[in-house]
Design a binder for this molecule. Structure first.
Ligand code: FPP
Length: 263
């Protein structure tokens, strides 16, 4: 039994498909940062002739499973795209359900988040969210600020383009001198201090980046699965990680072995 199988043995039997995947995952090459576009809640609900909000409610179970698995592996940073700056265009009732789900999630999960040493963080234009939501988010951030485990980053009222606009405006306000550098921009992003995503997962089969972490995903491996978000579980996360480990990352260079051969 390898170390990862042991870590999960209270939830997965050693003969389970999850344990089989864990056996094949190299614990020394885990992605440091996984970003997830949680998509397909509406379709999940439609397939069951349920209102769209039932899909979002079911999506919470997937959030719980993925966050706890990330903490157990462990993954340093897990960023979840929960509400985009474009999502305000949805019906008011859907928006308010999403906001309430977020508050409920924090209230119900904060003790588990604490127990797992997870640090809760947010990115996006948080000050434009309803005050009651902001209050809950700030509370979770404050309560978990000293936790040293996985950083769970929730993207809310988030847009990759607006993040860059905010970064440039901050630089102008600070009076940064010409010319600006990549380093200047990185230090002004919402994600300052976090490693870039190594792996970006999108559920429900769409091949789009949807304005998520545009700057930060420059070299991320993109993994798209047909699984709809409410059905996404630990096994799907492990499949994505295994596929990530089988890819060859070159960052615009050439394979290290070939490089070695030319020397
Ligand atoms: C996309 O599905 C999903 C969302 C816009 C919301 C995701 C939010 C949650 C799962 C709940 C809150 C999250 C946390 C972190 C507690 P869609 O509605 O666009 O699906 P569709 O493309 O099938 O219509």
């Amino acid at each position: 039994m390898n170390g990862l199988v042991k870590k999960f043995k209270s939830i997965f039997d050693p003969s389970s498909p999850e344990a089989e995947l864990l056996e094949r995952i190299d614990s020394n090459k885990l992605p440091r940062h996984i970003a997830v576009i949680m998509d397909g809640n509406g379709r999940w609900a439609k397939q069951r002739k349920l209102p769209r909000v039932a899909g979002h409610r079911a999506g919470i179970k997937a959030v719980r499973a993925v966050v706890e698995a990330a903490a157990r592996l462990p993954i340093s940073v897990l960023t979840l795209y929960a509400f985009s700056a474009e999502n305000w265009k949805r019906p008011r009732s859907e928006v308010s359900t999403l906001m309430n789900l977020l508050k409920d999630y924090i209230r119900q999960e904060l003790s588990t988040i604490q127990k797992n040493g997870i640090r809760f963080l947010t990115i996006g234009r948080i000050d434009e969210l309803p005050h009651s939501v902001q209050k809950e988010l700030r509370f979770a951030e404050e309560e978990t600020r000293d936790n040293k485990g996985t950083k769970m980053v929730v993207a809310l009222n988030y847009s990759g383009r607006l993040e860059l606009v905010d970064a440039f405006n901050q630089l102008l306000k600070e009076g940064v001198s010409y010319p600006i550098s990549e380093d200047n921009i990185e230090k002004s992003l919402y994600t300052v201090g976090l490693p870039e995503p190594d792996l970006m997962i999108r559920t429900s089969g769409e091949m789009r980046v949807s304005n998520f972490l545009l700057w930060q995903i420059a070299y991320a491996e993109i993994y798209v699965t047909d699984v709809l978000w409410p059905d996404f579980r630990e096994i799907h996360l492990l499949e994505a990680i295994l596929e990530f480990q089988q890819r060859e990352r070159r960052y615009g260079g050439i394979r290290f072995t070939s490089f070695h051969n030319i020397q």
